[in-house]
Design a protein around this ligand. Structure first.
Ligand code: SF4
Ligand code: SF4
Length: 105
């Protein structure tokens, strides 16, 4: 544990203390994640940057020899699409849960 480091800015992972004024009236969407396992190159961008920590890395390998992501918290996805935007291999995408209108039109 370092003892002599100068005091720096506080951690950027501090929790926000405010919540939006309409937080109680907004319905949070639920997304369903689809992973094209054999396209994945195991970069872990999707796992690392998902704001809801929905994904984890599988212990299994795909046909290219990479560990791929799998869903660990099925109910936590908010269909933000960040994993889909970040994936360099177009190997993951999210659709709005069918009960919320996904899959229609
Ligand atoms: S759509 Fe958003 S919340 Fe859902 S798994 Fe992807 S990054 Fe996480
Ligand atoms: S971002 Fe794409 S290529 Fe990278 S681990 Fe996730 S699914 Fe695989």
């Amino acid at each position: 544990m370092p003892q002599d480091l100068p005091a720096g800015p506080k951690s950027t992972t501090a929790k926000y203390w405010r919540k939006p004024l309409d937080a109680d009236t907004v319905k949070v969407p639920h997304g369903e994640i689809h992973i094209v396992v054999n396209r994945c190159k195991g970069c872990l961008f999707c796992v690392e940057y998902c704001p809801r920590e929905v994904l984890e890395i599988s212990e299994d390998f795909n046909v290219k020899g990479y560990h791929f992501p799998e869903v660990s918290k099925d109910d936590a996805c908010v269909n933000c699409g960040l994993c889909e935007m970040l994936c360099p291999e177009f190997a993951i995408f999210c659709v709005l849960d069918e009960e919320e209108g996904g899959g229609e039109g």
